[in-house]
Write a protein that binds this ligand. Structure first.
Ligand code: SF4
Ligand code: SF4
Length: 68
């Protein structure tokens, strides 16, 4: 199964990764706040991830690391 890691402190909550994920498994965290005051993105159901890395490619702040 692919592994998706978020460097939460870099996230600015733009939501681009949420929109690009073909499996619709990324959302903005409701509980967590990072040091910049944003709700960072997170994966809701890792088992559905296909490792396409669209999320990592589109993120302007290099928050996301996808490992196959
Ligand atoms: S690698 Fe692809 S399927 Fe997995 S979370 Fe990122 S965009 Fe979604
Ligand atoms: S694209 Fe990057 S900066 Fe924007 S919400 Fe997703 S992880 Fe955060």
């Amino acid at each position: 199964m692919p592994k998706v890691t978020f460097i939460e402190e870099r996230c600015k909550g733009c939501g681009l990764c949420v929109n690009v994920c073909p499996k619709h498994i990324i959302k903005m965290s409701e509980q967590n706040l990072n040091g910049k005051g944003y709700h960072p993105a997170e994966v809701t159901d890792m088992e559905q991830c296909i490792g396409c890395a669209f999320c990592a490619t589109i993120c302007p702040d290099c928050v996301i690391i996808v490992e196959k």
